[in-house]
Design a protein around this ligand. Structure first.
Ligand SMILES: Nc1ncnc2c1ncn2[C@@H]1O[C@H](COP(=O)(O)OP(=O)(O)OP(=O)(O)O)[C@@H](O)[C@H]1O
Ligand SMILES: [Mg+2]
Length: 218
């Protein structure tokens, strides 16, 4: 049985789909079998994949809250890692998807509202943990981030004051991410790949991604 990573935030436009894409492509390049479940009605990931020059991924859509849990369990039986791209507002499908999750990643951009919504999403994970009677780990991940920016400094203080656990590695604000929505090409080398691989390393350390057992070589 593989692991399930849900990418969620009740704030729209914080990089959920971008992070899903970057993780999927780089995990596949490392030899993992990767499933991506597009749980957002707007199907941004599924549409990207149709034109993408991406490695083979198992891409499925599931937007119903009564279907998502069974769907994730079935996918995770087939794939090393199953990623869920969820919609950018509080929605039952994202909440239910947290049930079988091994990790919930909450992207947060350098602005106050992103932190407020990240905290709400974290609360949601905690509630689902109580329902499931098990600890569901979650981490905030800094997205569209310039480590020297003023808004970033204020946002970091805010995240720390709120006590939200973080992934150390951020995703930089890079035009290549926007370009990839048109070109279908998510870089597997250079800055983006370095950052994403460092995120993958952290996720391994947290047990959200198993060391690679099978699949193709990088
Ligand atoms: N690190 C980044 N650097 C530059 N642009 C980015 C970055 N991350 C995301 N973007 C851009 O910001 C926009 C929103 O990103 P994305 O679609 O990934 O967010 P989302 O959280 O999935 O949004 P939604 O809530 O609508 O699903 C897109 O145009 C994307 O290309
Ligand atoms: Mg999206």
């Amino acid at each position: 049985m593989g692991t399930v990573i849900v990418i969620a935030s009740s704030k729209g436009g914080v990089s959920k789909t971008t992070l899903t894409t970057a993780l999927a492509v780089n995990l596949a390049a490392l030899g993992y079998s990767v499933g991506v479940v597009d749980a957002d009605r707007n199907q941004a990931f599924a549409n990207w994949y149709k034109m993408a020059e991406a490695p083979a991924l198992s891409v499925t859509s599931c937007i119903g809250h009564n279907e998502i849990v069974g769907h994730l369990i079935a996918e995770s039986e087939k794939q090393d890692v199953t990623l869920v791209d969820s919609a950018g507002f509080e929605n039952q499908t994202a909440t239910f998807a947290m049930g079988p999750a091994d990790m919930v990643l909450i992207p947060c951009m350098p602005d106050r509202n992103s932190v407020i919504e990240a905290a709400k999403t974290a609360k949601q994970v905690q509630s689902v943990s109580q329902i499931a009677r098990r600890d569901i780990p979650y981490r905030v991940i800094k997205s569209r981030w310039n480590p020297r920016g003023l808004a970033e400094a204020a946002t970091l203080e805010d995240i720390e004051a709120t006590g939200l656990p973080m992934i150390r590695q951020h995703l930089s604000d890079l035009v290549a991410f926007q370009k990839s929505t048109y070109s279908g090409d998510m870089p597997r080398t250079g800055t983006i790949a370095r950052q994403v691989r460092s995120i993958i390393e952290e996720l391994r350390g947290l047990g959200a991604i198993e060391p690679r057992k099978k699949g193709r070589a990088a």
